[in-house]
Ligand binder design. Structure first.
Ligand code: GDP
Ligand code: MG
Length: 443
């Protein structure tokens, strides 16, 4: 994978301040190969690599990631960015039925998609209708009817022997029918050919003019690889479209077509189709597609985890600075934390409103203020050496401390136990175990 290659490229790079020009060039070569292997079109690869190089030049070498991971992250971010960042939603008509027209080559998956989309819309409370405008192949109307039945969505089709052969007339009539029957979405399935063809384009354009669609969706098979871009360009000129649907993503195609089409036509990929079942369908997710194109979802997860762990480490270091704590967590720190908690106590209501703070709020509310005074009294009876190094507090020291502050030895034992418990918790946090609660607070 790209990550393996980059790791090899960066074998000798450790702890430099920035990626060198030679490092960047070597990286660019590997990214170029990976993208071409994923079926991204050559001119798109060139632009993309140039953009990644530009970004890589400006970046400091991260403390969290090794250089290979860092470049992978840049590549991934840039991919997600181009693929759309966020999914574009269907535009619905302000009044009357929303008309969605499908266009694409034969076998692209239009008829299957028509039913998938209809089912998806139905599940969102819409009342879609399917329209059979592929009158080219004898079996096409029947195929849509079978699919419509599976989706539980009605299909508008020409009566046998009546108007057969004129998809434009069928399309026009279907809109009137949808209005009468109060369908709020009309999905128009059209004919395709095996290759781009002037007659097919003319027919699709005529249907488009007849139904005035709110959305024209170009449906394309991800398995056709590099050809996807030329087809997409031909349909953009011949019919025009607003969005793209990528089909057959259950196959082993890496989906570079998504990047090429988005970059060259400017049209967003809106949906992804991934199987023959009607439910094998989803909104297009740029982040998932990016990791598919790069073929390394696992690496990206690792990168995310490494960054998170690094953030936590930084946060802990900052916290340690705040409490003036160079190394070990001491009894003085423990006391100081408790005193901070007292200040926080008055804020417990506000804390409770923050996500994830509910548990801490509960602890704060159960917290007895006088407890802090008792703890403070005990700690103040210890010598500075004992506070810095609580392990030295043996039995005779405990007896002395108890006498000094007027508490029992068992009170002192209790406090020392709680201190070691809190310190263990701090160490867990430092190891990336998250924040189980507020250290120093009684359960
Ligand atoms: P159309 O000619 O554009 O209408 O394409 P069809 O909807 O008839 O699909 C052509 C073939 O591809 C059919 O056998 C479908 O079952 C199959 N197909 C469609 N979408 C998908 C998909 O996402 N995954 C897989 N594996 N097959 C699909
Ligand atoms: Mg079809």
């Amino acid at each position: 994978t790209l990550s393996d290659r980059l790791t090899a490229t960066f074998k000798n790079l450790r702890g430099k301040g920035r990626l060198s020009e030679a490092d960047i060039d070597a990286t660019a070569r590997e990214i170029r190969i990976a993208l071409l292997e994923a079926d991204v079109a050559l001119p798109v690869v060139k632009d993309f690599v140039a953009a990644v190089k530009e970004r890589a030049r400006g970046e400091e070498v991260s403390g969290a990631l090794n250089p290979a991971q860092q470049v992978v992250k840049i590549v991934n971010d840039e991919l997600v960015n181009i693929l759309g960042g966020e999914t574009r939603r269907l535009r619905y008509a302000k009044s009357g039925p929303t008309v969605i027209m499908l266009a694409g080559l034969q076998g692209a998956g239009k008829t299957t998609l028509a039913a998938k989309l209809a089912l998806w819309l139905k599940e969102q409370g819409k009342t879609p209708m399917l329209v059979a405008c592929d009158l080219q192949r004898p079996n096409a109307v029947n195929q849509l009817q079978v699919n419509g039945e599976r989706a539980g969505v009605p299909v508008y089709a020409p009566e046998p022997g009546n108007g057969v052969g004129d998809p434009v007339a069928v399309a026009k009539a279907s809109i009137e029918d949808a209005k009468r029957k109060l369908h709020d979405v009309v999905i128009v399935d059209t004919a395709g050919r095996l290759g781009v063809d002037a007659e097919m384009m003319a027919q699709a354009a005529a249907i488009r003019d007849a139904v005035q669609p709110d959305e024209v969706l170009f449906v394309v098979d991800a398995m056709i690889g590099q050809d996807a871009l030329t087809t997409a360009q031909a349909f953009l000129e011949g019919v025009g479209y607003d969005g793209v649907v990528l089909t057959k993503l259950d196959g082993d195609a890496r989906g570079g077509a998504a990047l090429s089409i988005r970059q060259v036509t400017g049209r967003p990929v809106m949906f992804a189709s991934s199987g023959e079942k009607l439910t094998d369908f989803d909104l297009f997710h740029p982040d998932r597609m990016a990791s598919r194109i790069l073929d390394m979802g696992d690496v990206l997860t690792l990168i995310e985890q490494a960054e998170k762990a690094f953030d936590q480490e930084q946060a802990l270091k900052a916290a340690q600075k705040l409490t003036g704590q160079g190394g070990e967590f001491t009894l003085d720190d423990f006391l100081e934390q408790m005193q901070q908690v007292r200040k926080l106590g008055s804020m417990s209501k506000i804390l409770g409103m923050l996500p994830g703070m509910g548990q801490i709020r509960e602890q704060l509310e159960n917290f007895d203020d006088r407890e802090i005074d008792r703890v403070a009294a005990i700690i103040h009876s210890m010598t500075p050496a004992e506070r810095a190094n609580p392990k030295m507090i043996d039995g005779s020291r405990r007896a002395r401390i108890a006498k000094g502050c007027g508490r029992t030895v068992s009170d002192v034992n209790n406090l020392v136990d709680r201190f070691f418990e809190a310190r263990k918790m701090m160490m867990q946090m430092a190891r990336g175990g998250g924040m189980p609660g507020m250290p120093g607070l009684p359960g």
